[in-house]
Design a protein around this ligand. Structure first.
Ligand code: ATP
Length: 360
């Protein structure tokens, strides 16, 4: 099994999976290099878990193929692929000690006792659980149980570690700690990890590359920096925190900079998200992150909006304001603003994205 760890790349070629009439995966093409940490990011139902289960061999494909270098693997059973798997619910054996839980996969592979003991100790050291080795899962905290699940996945030295929302049952503080832990383990082992999440922060902080999925398709693949700065679709922008969306008409264009007329007497200028233009007068959507949206004192520019809520957050204020046409806008500002007053909101053109041709 360990020779597979020497693979150069994992390739999904038009991977498809349907359930009756439902196409859960509509043809996924993706190449993953050895050593990468890949996040599959998308909303509930977009096909992330289905993709992971197809990779693991728990679900057969209904079309396409999966390759480890020149070896086709989608026809192999899960145990023949030998991937490590970590799930949301840990799936530990409650009546077995931590040590026996971790040793289980090695026993199934017929590894001898001495070798298994050595590797279990090593895996427990990697996840920092040596002191808990003889406890039962029920005697551990949620974070410790999840670390047992990780130890169990990595002890078989798999070519690929597959994780399906492994942190979603943990509280916020533990999630943060475990994120760092997972990244550390990944780097320490030099493993290749595919990590399913619907949490953009998790994907941004963990992954070398993020695969954004929607409705059974890949919308965009890129490094966190690429997706954050240049989301190619509104769906991706959503996931990257571009929470404000304004619908308008193209009033002017200067190269990639487009000015939109928002109605309500407001105008905003932003950068075209794709190298496609939209004729003057055409519809477009402008997307802005709350931390890039702020109050402006230039009366002629920005979008008018009435402040509905304002909250002090230490360094600045976070607010919500509603435009005359009823759109809620989230903004940050460095000074207090009274509820009920009308402000004008604007963003640096470089930090506002224009999606031309989008009507709704
Ligand atoms: P979540 O984050 O909620 O788990 P997901 O992105 O992982 O969502 P999947 O679980 O892969 O989504 O599901 C993709 C689509 O396939 C959904 O519409 C789901 O209802 C459907 N689906 C998944 N498994 C089955 C199944 N065994 N039988 C029928 N439909 C299924």
């Amino acid at each position: 099994m360990t020779n597979a760890a020497e693979f150069r790349e994992l390739r999904l070629d038009n991977m498809r999976r349907s359930f009756g009439n439902l196409n859960a995966l509509k043809g996924i093409d993706l190449t993953i290099r050895r050593g990468e940490f890949i996040a599959l990011l998308g909303p509930s139902g977009c096909g992330k878990s289905t993709a992971l289960n197809c990779l693991a061999g728990l679900l057969p494909l209904t079309g396409g193929s999966i390759w480890l270098d020149s070896k086709r693997i989608d026809t192999l059973r899960p145990e023949q692929r030998g991937f490590g798997m970590v799930f949301q619910n840990y799936a530990l054996f409650p009546h077995m000690t931590v040590r026996r839980n971790v040793a289980f996969g090695l026993m199934m592979q017929g590894v001898n006792k001495a070798e298994a003991a050595r590797r279990v100790d090593e895996a427990l050291a990697t996840v920092r659980l040596q002191a808990q080795a003889d406890k039962l899962p029920g005697q551990l905290s949620g974070g410790q149980q999840q670390r047992v699940a990780i130890a169990r996945a990595i002890v078989i030295e798999p070519p690929l570690v597959l994780m399906d929302e492994p942190l979603s049952n943990l509280d916020a503080k533990l999630r943060l700690e475990m994120r760092a832990e997972i990244r550390r383990i990944h780097e320490g082992l030099g493993s290749t990890t595919i990590y399913v999440t619907h949490d953009q922060e998790e994907a941004l902080s963990l992954a070398d590359r993020i695969v954004v999925m929607r409705e059974g398709e890949i919308r965009q693949v890129g490094t966190p920096e690429q997706l954050y700065a240049h989301p190619a679709h509104l769906d991706v922008a959503d996931f990257m925190g571009y929470r404000n969306r304004l619908h308008g008409r193209v009033a002017g264009r200067d190269g990639n900079l487009v000015t939109l007329d928002m109605g309500d007497g407001g105008r905003l200028t932003g950068t075209l998200s794709r190298a496609v233009g939209e004729p003057l007068g055409g519809t477009a959507v402008i997307a802005v992150r709350p931390d890039d949206m702020t109050t402006t004192h230039e009366n002629a520019s920005g979008v008018p909006a009435t402040v509905r809520a304002i909250e002090y957050r230490g360094r600045e204020f976070h607010g919500i304001a509603t435009t005359p046409s009823g759109t809620d806008l989230f903004f940050h500002t460095d000074h207090a603003v009274e509820i009920g007053t009308t402000v004008r909101l604007a963003a640096e053109p470089q930090r506002a994205l224009v999606f031309a041709g989008e009507a709704a």
